[in-house]
Ligand binder design. Structure first.
Ligand code: PLP
Length: 388
């Protein structure tokens, strides 16, 4: 039982668009494909009738969230008829203490994605350009299309950001307004050296905004570049509660920047863009740093275990600094491509992320699970690859 009936085919949608008399704001909107999310567990259960599903496709935290969050959420349940605090005062206060930054420099978002979107809408017009790396988080190129702006994709170097080439791209495109950098990067897991990044930011004109996407910073404290904000007014750091904090389902993230930039972002964001439950949950989650330490340690231990298993299976992978690993499927079996392996895994209840959309059709991105999930993945993968 497939879900094809539920959605129109891409070709049909293109035809329907051609008939539409109201043109979208920019032609580039027609080039956009909806963001591909990891397959939800419920969908796999519906399609294949498998109830015992392991999802390693969206870099979620398999441990869940801090137990303190449940308590904080429960306390809010009697207040759901009331709007949340639109300024998010208590969460901002806690983030201000945690990040040692003025409360005026914080913007809250409905996930990090909301903030990336607010940044693009605040600063990028159709005459402007956005610079990002090949294999960087796909949303950056989508934002350029959404704004009718020019997206400049700079070839990656060993799957990571090539900052020298990105610097050159800014020179070559004087209309550049934002440079997006994911550190660690999704889907490659690569990380930039602090000094290298500092040199890059220092070399840029102050009229170019550098947005550092630190969605995975809790997994790799060396990727924390908060210090750049003390020196440069044109840096924005975006973070999320979706990954290590285990609150992806609640949609909450934040941006750190100079106060004038935060002031602009706050004008653009929707009123009440973070829910009452989201605010309370994030506050409780932030307060439980012991939980985050446990999450980081477990991730590191399990990531190492997975690396050893991939080695043993003869699969190449990119050294990751986050909670996922990009694995190369280049085996000697005939007709065995990453897409085939992805499908075979799905049919056995294991969801991973194919990367053909990134131009990485030989690769799969696999989120690091808890020990039991990872063993299931490896056993299933081994049986597919060795055909037993
Ligand atoms: C690099 C990066 N930035 C931002 C996001 C968006 O996260 P959120 O769930 O907070 O919108 C993700 C999610 O996968 C990500 O990988």
């Amino acid at each position: 039982m497939q879900s094809i009936e539920l959605s129109q085919t891409a070709a049909q949608k293109t035809k329907d668009q051609a008939k539409l008399k109201v043109a979208p704001a920019y032609d580039s909107i027609l080039e956009l494909a909806p963001y591909q999310t990891g397959k939800p567990v419920e969908e796999l259960t519906r399609e294949y009738g498998i109830s015992d599903v392991v999802k390693l496709a969206s870099n979620e935290n398999p441990i869940g969230c801090s137990p303190q969050v449940t308590l904080a959420i429960t306390e809010q349940l009697g207040q759901l008829a009331r709007y949340p605090d639109g300024k998010g005062y208590y969460l901002k206060q806690a983030l201000s203490d945690f990040n040692n930054i003025d409360i005026e420099c914080i913007t809250l978002g409905n996930g990090a994605n909301d903030l990336l979107d607010i940044l693009a809408r605040s600063f990028v017009g159709s005459e402007d350009a956005i610079v990002y790396s090949q294999y960087a988080f796909v949303v950056y190129s989508m934002l350029a299309k959404m704004q009718g702006a020019t997206g400049i994709e700079v070839p990656a170097q060993r799957f990571g950001h090539d900052l020298i080439a990105m610097r050159q791209a800014v020179d070559d495109n004087p209309n550049t307004k934002i440079v997006f950098i994911a550190n660690p990067n999704n889907p490659t897991g690569t990380q930039l050296e602090r000094e290298e990044l500092h040199k890059f930011v220092a070399s840029l004109p102050s009229s170019v905004l550098v947005v550092l996407d630190e969605a995975y910073v809790e997994y790799s404290p060396e990727s924390n570049n908060r210090a750049l904000l003390d020196e440069f007014d044109n840096v924005v750091i975006v973070r999320t509660f979706s990954k290590a904090y285990g609150l992806a389902g609640l949609r909450i993230g934040y941006a750190l920047s100079s106060a004038p930039i935060a002031d602009l972002l706050n004008r653009i964001r929707q009123p009440f863009n973070v829910s009452r439950i989201g605010l309370a949950a994030a506050n409780a989650a932030l307060a439980d740093q012991d939980f985050i330490e446990k999450v980081r340690d477990t991730n590191q231990e399990q990531r190492r275990w997975l690396e050893k298993q991939f080695d043993a299976l003869g699969l190449g992978f990119i050294k990751s600094h986050a909670n996922f690993i990009m694995v190369e499927i280049e085996v000697e079996m005939e007709d065995t491509t990453a897409a085939v392996i992805h499908q075979a895994l799905l049919e056995q209840g294991v969801i991973v992320r194919p990367l053909a959309g990134y131009g990485l059709s030989n690769w799969l991105r696999i989120t690091v699970g808890v020990a039991e999930d990872n063993m299931r993945l490896i056993d299933t993968l081994r049986s597919i690859l060795t055909d037993d």
